[in-house]
Design a protein around this ligand. Structure first.
Ligand code: SF4
Length: 155
């Protein structure tokens, strides 16, 4: 929902803190995730993630969340899906050239990042989107990337 998306950017510091707490919680739950099996949990966890983050951030479930690096503004809402800053078409009023009614997600990202303790992460270069992860839970992806759960073959 667009209004909530803007709200999240305005309160990026709160969401940064909340996510830090949340990530520590699910990292602590990694042994349980291992026992149940990350692949078995993929669908229900992805469904929860889609609902929560879809509501708050208009999340598109790219499977590799970078909200912490983009001021809580999801870059996948950019019509060009730019992952490393805005294109050259930002309007003078800070709106998108493709969807003039929408603020540029990267202008929003910059504003949100200035409110965050770790806001300088916006300067890090992001890799291209791995389309094979589309629809997957990025929360479980974090556990996989940290080596806390095994990369099982797809179920
Ligand atoms: S970066 Fe990806 S996972 Fe994160 S909110 Fe955007 S679409 Fe969802």
């Amino acid at each position: 929902m667009y209004a909530l998306r803007l709200f999240a950017v305005r309160h990026a510091r709160f969401f940064e803190r909340f996510y830090g707490f949340f990530e520590a919680t699910y990292v602590a739950a990694a042994p349980l995730v291992r026992r149940i099996g990350a692949n078995r949990l993929e669908r229900p966890v992805a469904a929860v993630e889609r609902t929560v983050k879809g509501t708050l951030f208009d999340c598109r479930m790219c499977g590799a969340c970078i909200l912490s690096s983009t001021g809580m503004s999801c870059p996948m809402n950019c019509p060009k899906q730019m992952r490393n800053g805005p294109c050259g078409g930002v309007r003078l009023n800070g709106h998108c050239e493709v969807r003039p009614e929408m603020k540029c997600v990267w202008v929003q990202a910059y504003e949100g990042s200035r409110r965050m303790a770790g806001g300088d992460a916006i300067l890090e270069r992001q890799p291209p989107v791995d389309r094979s992860k589309e629809g997957c839970s990025s929360w479980l992806g974090v556990l996989r990337d940290k080596g806390l759960v095994h990369r099982e073959p797809a179920a």
